[in-house]
Every structure is written in structure tokens, then in C-alpha cells.
Write a protein that binds this ligand. Structure first.
Ligand SMILES: NC(=O)C1=CN([C@@H]2O[C@H](COP(=O)(O)OP(=O)(O)OC[C@H]3O[C@@H](n4cnc5c(N)ncnc54)[C@H](OP(=O)(O)O)[C@@H]3O)[C@@H](O)[C@H]2O)C=CC1
Ligand SMILES: CC[C@](O)(C(C)=O)C(=O)O
Length: 330
């Protein structure tokens, strides 16, 4: 059974007198830093001069170059893009990471695949919210929280897990639930989820449905409303109460089509593809590909991203959303 933790299991006292450097002030950095500060923690920000630096200043934080922040803090939370973390760690974090400090991550990629190898006399922990940074902030402001995973890779001080739990409480995660895992399990499941289901699987499914309808002469607007716009409404129901709640809300006709036709779309070939994708993650092939892609200035990332941005579904979607007030200022 996976261990679960809530507010009563976490003691913010272990953070008393400890300074937290949040390195990076993007999606996760901003959300986590604002929540920690509102929870009474001593938070500084480490970034390079530029957009994030300016935002952090506007939000009222003390902002430093990464090396200075790492030097000044007891807990160093690395919220930089995964593909940049190893170089920035070597250049700007390693020197300030002295005995007894805590190095923290929200994703285990660089530890699992050996891109960052911390010294043995520091704590290495993870607090990984299971949701994007703006939701980490928004739910905290609503008095709720986004669930998170914690993991301890190295416990040099004997209280690494207590530190991770207190940090999780500081960002609001124990208001929801905190699940204990390992760096390996978090990294492999997170990569698999985003590739096969949440991001990759979902966009491929929607794109295929849109293209099938348009190829058969249906208006792109109809195709968009059916396969993309309505997707959120269905996903919200699944999120709230599983497949059962969603099926309670849809027509019997839709439910019959769902349970008989869905498995034809995601059939044995998709299971085989998912298995292959998981094995590429487990044996490091995906990590190597992504690391090399970054070393060669991302030719595949850039070409495929551009192709999707130019796809008809994106043009039609932008036009339809512009008609509806609820999408303004998004
Ligand atoms: N996005 C999410 O919701 C989730 C992310 N995670 C994990 O959280 C971590 C952070 O991801 P995310 O928040 O998406 O990252 P973002 O891309 O949103 O933000 C990255 C931040 O790092 C800064 N940065 C980039 N390069 C440098 C550099 N060379 N020197 C100093 N600062 C730099 C950026 O600043 P600048 O403006 O200068 O570019 C920015 O503030 C990753 O490990 C990710 O896997 C985990 C769960 C969910
Ligand atoms: C689904 C994408 C994600 O894994 C996340 C928001 O949790 C990410 O790394 O951004």
C-alpha cells in the first residue's frame, strides 16, 4: 500500500529557521514560492535576469542569481526546465550544496538518469505536485490543494522525509493528499502518463477524430466543437466521479457507443505501443533521445511543434474561442 499523508502528518516546525531557495520562477516555481511564502516560509528566488526575474520582483520576492540563492539557502528546490537542470546544477548550484543541505526536485528525471549526482552528505528529496503550477496556486488560494508525491533519494540528516512533508504542507498539498513514492516510480509514471495518455495520447486522439470528420466533408467548426470543445466537459465528469459519473450524465446512446466502440479505437495495437513507450522510458532510451535532442538545438521538437501549431484544428479553435466570452483573457 502506498503511504498517504495529510495536514496532521506534516510539521511545518522543521522548516523554522530554514531558508528555501526556489530556483526557477516559471509554472511550478511561481506557484510553489507564493504558496510557501503565504504559509509563513522564508523563501528566496534564484533565476537569471529576464522575464521570470521581473515577475518575481513584482511578486515581492528577493531575487538572486542562481548561485547566490543556492549558497544562501538550506533547501534548494530545483524548478528549472528538466533539460537545463544538469548544466545549471554543475555551474551554479553544486558549489553551494554543502553538507546537511536539502536538494529538492518536482520531477526525478535528472536523478534517475544520472544527469545530476549530488554529494552523499546532502538530502535529496522530491515534492511533485500532480498538476500544473497555476493550479497549485489557484487551489491554495481557494483554501484547497493539489495532491503531490514525495520521495526521499538520500537522507543525510535523518529528517529528509519530514522536510519533504513540511514543504508539501507549505504548498498546500497535504490539504488534498500526499503520496509517498520513489524517484524511479515518479519519473517513469510521469513520463509515461504525459506521453501515452495526458498530452501525447490525448492530442493524437483529438487530432485523429478531427481529421476523420473533416476528411468526410463535415465542417471544421462542427469537428472542433465535437472532439475538442466537448472533451473538457467529459473529462471534468470523469475527474469528479470516474467513468461511472460520466456515464450517468451522458445519454444511453452515447454510453452504448462509448463501451462498444472505444475499445476499437484503443485496441491491441495501442496497448503494444504503450508497452513500447514504457520500455523506452524504463531503459533510458527516451531520456537519451531527449538529452541529445537538446544538445542539437531541438530540431525534432521545433519541427513537430510548428506542424501542430499550423494544423487546421488550431486555426479553427482560435476562431471559435474568440467568439465566446469565457475564453477572453485566457
Ligand atoms: N509545469 C508543470 O506544471 C510541472 C512541472 N514539473 C517539474 O517542475 C520543474 C519545473 O518545470 P516548469 O515549472 O514547467 O518550468 P518552466 O519552464 O515553467 O520554468 C522554468 C524556469 O526556469 C528558469 N530558467 C530557465 N533556464 C534558466 C537558466 N539558464 N538560469 C536560470 N533560470 C532559468 C526560467 O526563467 P526564464 O524566464 O529566464 O526563462 C523559468 O523561471 C521541472 O522539473 C518539471 O518537470 C512537475 C510537475 C508539473
Ligand atoms: C502532464 C504534464 C506534467 O507531467 C504535469 C503538469 O504534471 C508536466 O510535467 O508538465
Amino acid at each position: 500500500m502506498v503511504e498517504k499523508y495529510f495536514d496532521a502528518d506534516a510539521d511545518m516546525g522543521v522548516l523554522a529557521g530554514k531558508r528555501i531557495a526556489v530556483i526557477g520562477f516559471g509554472s511550478q516555481g511561481r506557484g510553489q514560492a507564493l504558496n510557501l511564502r503565504d504559509s509563513g516560509c522564508d523563501v528566496i528566488i534564484g533565476v537569471r535576469p529576464g522575464k521570470s526575474w521581473e515577475t518575481a520582483i513584482k511578486d515581492g520576492f528577493e531575487v538572486f542569481q542562481v548561485a547566490e540563492a543556492a549558497q544562501a539557502a538550506d533547501i534548494i528546490q530545483v524548478l528549472l526546465p528538466d533539460e537545463n537542470q544538469a548544466a545549471i546544477y554543475q555551474e551554479s548550484i553544486r558549489q553551494g550544496l554543502v553538507k546537511g543541505k536539502t536538494l529538492m526536485f518536482s520531477h526525478g528525471f535528472n536523478i534517475l538518469y544520472g544527469q545530476i549526482v549530488p554529494p552523499p552528505d546532502v538530502n535529496v528529496v522530491m515534492v511533485a505536485p500532480k498538476g500544473p503550477g497555476h493550479m497549485v496556486r489557484r487551489t491554495y488560494e481557494e483554501g484547497k490543494g493539489v495532491p503531490a508525491l514525495i520521495a526521499v533519494e538520500q537522507d543525510a540528516t535523518g529528517d529528509a522525509k519530514a522536510i519533504a512533508l513540511a514543504y508539501a504542507k507549505g504548498i498546500g498539498a497535504t490539504r488534498a493528499a500526499v503520496f509517498e513514492t520513489s524517484f524511479r516510480e515518479e519519473t517513469e509514471t510521469d513520463l509515461f502518463g504525459e506521453q501515452a495518455v495526458l498530452c501525447g495520447g490525448c492530442t493524437a486522439l483529438v487530432r485523429a477524430g478531427f481529421e476523420t470528420l473533416v476528411a468526410n466533408g463535415y465542417a471544421p467548426e462542427m469537428a472542433y466543437l465535437e472532439v475538442l470543445h466537448e472533451l473538457k466537459l467529459i473529462v471534468d465528469l470523469i475527474y469528479e466521479g470516474g467513468f461511472t459519473k460520466m456515464r450517468d450524465s451522458i445519454s444511453n446512446t452515447a454510453q452504448y457507443g462509448d463501451i462498444t466502440r472505444g475499445p476499437r479505437v484503443i485496441g491491441p495495437e495501442s496497448y503494444a505501443a504503450m508497452q513500447e513507450i514504457l520500455e523506452e522510458i524504463q531503459d533510458g532510451r527516451f531520456a537519451k533521445e531527449w538529452i541529445l535532442e537538446n544538445m542539437t538545438r531541438r530540431p525534432v521538437f521545433n519541427a513537430l511543434t510548428r506542424a501542430d501549431e499550423e494544423h487546421e484544428i488550431e486555426q479553427v479553435g482560435a476562431q471559435i474561442r474568440a467568439l465566446m466570452p469565457q475564453f477572453q483573457n485566457k
